[in-house]
Design a protein around this ligand. Structure first.
Ligand code: C2O
Ligand code: CU
Ligand code: CU
Length: 436
């Protein structure tokens, strides 16, 4: 709801009750509701104001703040009010910025150092749908909840009494995986779809779990967007790999399926031993899709929007980041220190960042705040077509080096980079860069 060309949202962080298991109420946290938060619509060039009120019950983890994952905003707005102090229960914080980047599926979540993982596990996260003239003009399904569906996929673990477990019975492992799969905060979910071309906007909102999304019958679908917006052209796939915090939009043709039902699944994939032990890499159903009503058959567009590649020659320098998880989670031998600026970059410059995973036991999803960048290469093999668009998070497999190119334009102040396994982030696998 906006006046004078700007849009204002009120978010109230609160506790509530979700029924994740029949007959057993589960205490969850959400924004304006019991679990997750409303989808915030934003438009390129339109000013946004978000007021966050903290109504969480007071506890040792009730201080909170808000981060705009994937949005390019000034450092002072990247985490509101800031990384170090959350707002206490009963207080309010205000964020104001004007998005200026391509249409994309982005998200928001709390980022209070030390309790990010816990708060997200309890349900605090929401989506941002950023639109622009390009997304308006493309002939794609865009009727929200009719043929265009946002799907937040998360894994959770419940204790016997129905409450959410966090980092318990994990056998001393420093990451959180659950065996219950929720979509938009619901377990055993189903979705009624029209028999036509359908757009699914997927967020892997899990802390650690990766997914290999596929349709039960192995049919081909098309990826049209990555983290930061549309790809140059749709990419035909039968399986889509998404690490924690990554997003993708896909088009699936159900025009010949009226009356049928099939599952969206995550298929089995190879995982490093430590992860596999915790249940990573197994196949399972994610959600039931019921093709319940007539829809509009339409073609998958041949192209979407140009994504000009940032030339490597534009980069002033290359920096290297080594990820290790022996003992403490560290980057370049250091654990996070909020008083330390690890990297200083010049405003307006372009750099290449090379991220190497020296660990052998787990893949790390590396995330850099401050908007969107491009992946140049993966030492592990050819860069998949679906990773040739705008990105803010990417998986780095054990032993792999991923090179990305970033333009520090329109940024100012301090931002974070970190592993998006929230328990690794909490353990200090995070650094700060400052744009000067
Ligand atoms: Cu999803 Cu530091 O972010
Ligand atoms: Cu972020
Ligand atoms: Cu990690």
């Amino acid at each position: 709801v906006g006046t004078g060309g700007s849009v204002h949202y009120d978010l109230v962080a609160q506790a509530g009750t979700s029924e994740l298991e029949a007959g057993k109420p589960t205490e969850t946290y959400g924004y304006n509701g019991a679990i997750l938060g409303p989808t915030l619509r934003m438009r390129r060039g339109q000013a946004v104001e978000v007021a966050l009120a903290n109504h969480l019950p007071e506890s040792d983890h009730s201080d909170t703040n808000l981060h705009w994952h994937g949005l390019k905003v000034p450092g002072s707005m990247d985490i509101v009010p800031d990384l170090h102090q959350g707002i206490h229960s009963g207080e309010t914080a205000l964020a104001a910025f004007t998005p200026d980047q391509p249409a994309a599926l982005l998200w928001y979540h709390p980022h209070p150092h030390g309790s990010t993982g816990l708060q997200v596990n309890l349900g605090m996260a929401g989506l941002i749908l950023l639109e622009d003239d390009v997304s308006d003009a493309l002939p794609l399904p865009k009727a929200y909840g009719v043929d265009d569906f946002p799907l937040v996929v998360q894994d959770r673990r419940l204790k016997a009494d129905g409450s959410l477990a966090y980092m318990e019975s994990m056998g001393g492992k420093d990451f959180m995986m659950g065996e219950r799969i929720l979509v938009n905060g619901v377990e055993n979910p189903y979705l009624d779809l029209p028999a036509g071309l359908v757009r699914l906007r997927l967020l892997n909102g899990s802390s650690t779990r990766r997914y290999a999304f596929a349709l039960e019958d192995g049919r081909t679908f098309h990826q049209i967007a990555s983290d930061g917006g549309f790809l140059a052209a749709p990419v035909a796939l039968t399986q889509l790999r998404l690490g924690p915090a990554e997003r993708a939009e896909i088009l699936v043709d159900f025009s010949k399926d009226l009356g049928r039902s099939l599952f969206l699944r995550s298929e089995a994939f190879a995982a490093a031993s430590e992860e596999a032990e915790a249940g990573q890499g197994r196949g399972f159903p994610v959600m039931q899709l019921r093709i319940a009503r007539p829809g509009t058959a339409r073609p998958v567009p041949g192209s979407l929007t140009p994504v000009p590649r940032i030339p490597e020659s534009e980069a002033a320098m290359t920096r290297r980041f080594g990820l290790e998880d022996t003992g403490d989670a560290v980057i370049n031998g250091k654990t996070f220190d909020e008083m330390r600026v690890d990297v200083t970059v010049s405003a307006g410059s372009t750099e290449i960042w090379e991220v190497t995973n020296f660990a052998t036991t787990i893949a790390h999803p590396f995330h850099i705040h401050g908007g969107q960048f491009q992946i140049l290469s993966r030492s592990g093999g050819e860069l998949p077509e679906g990773e040739r668009g705008w990105k803010d998070t990417f998986l780095v497999s054990p032993g792999e080096t991923v090179r990305v190119i970033l333009r520090f334009q329109g940024l100012s102040g301090r931002y974070l980079y970190h592993c998006h396994i929230l328990e690794h982030e909490g353990a200090g696998m995070m650094g700060q860069f400052e744009v000067q």
